[in-house]
Design a protein around this ligand. Structure first.
Ligand SMILES: Nc1ncnc2c1ncn2[C@@H]1O[C@H](COP(=O)(O)OP(=O)(O)OP(=O)(O)O)[C@@H](O)[C@H]1O
Ligand SMILES: [Mg+2]
Length: 150
């Protein structure tokens, strides 16, 4: 996968497959610390302890009819190859939070890609789901909520 925005699409798909009806997608850029954090939170069914343990294993999936589950493992790899990491917090019946930390100065850092297009695809394809998007940098904070009209 070329761009982080495509990974975000993948992780958001997981969230909706888990029944998530409100997704928070947050990108925090901290140039001073050489950190870029991507956080995707959902209010879906969450994972039990065993699923959580196996979630980033590429040979683990609960999707029917397939033998590999690559979304989380590839996202974790993208973070790790920059010297960052992926963490998942999940609680059954409450939801899941996936947090990936990147080191943008690393030569293996992927471009963020077209995050606006990713958001547009998610919103157009899933009108019943509420998407909250935040993009924070040292200088700016962009906030978007698909259920808020202005
Ligand atoms: N947001 C989530 N809420 C609940 N369970 C999740 C969530 N994200 C992942 N999982 C669980 O972790 C498993 C692995 O996810 P992963 O994205 O790596 O693979 P997949 O979605 O099964 O397949 P693929 O991404 O290759 O289409 C899923 O099958 C699901 O059981
Ligand atoms: Mg997936």
């Amino acid at each position: 996968m070329e761009d982080l925005s495509l990974h975000i699409l993948d992780i958001a798909e997981n969230a909706m497959r888990a029944g998530g009806k409100r997704l928070v997608i947050e990108i925090i850029e901290n140039e001073g610390d050489d950190r870029l954090t991507i956080r995707i939170e959902d209010d879906g069914r969450g994972m039990d302890a065993q699923t959580l343990k196996e979630a980033t294993n590429p040979f683990f999936t609960t999707k029917g009819g397939k033998k590999v589950g690559l979304g989380l493992s590839l996202f974790a790899q993208a973070a790790r190859q920059t010297g960052g990491e992926l963490t998942i917090e999940s609680s059954e019946g409450v939801g899941t939070e996936v947090i990936a930390v990147f080191r943008p100065s690393h030569p293996d850092m992927k471009p963020i890609g077209d995050i606006a297009e990713t958001m547009a695809i998610l919103i157009a394809g899933n009108p019943a789901v509420r998407f909250v998007f935040d993009h924070k940098t040292a200088e700016s904070h962009y906030h978007f909520d698909s259920f808020e009209s202005d």
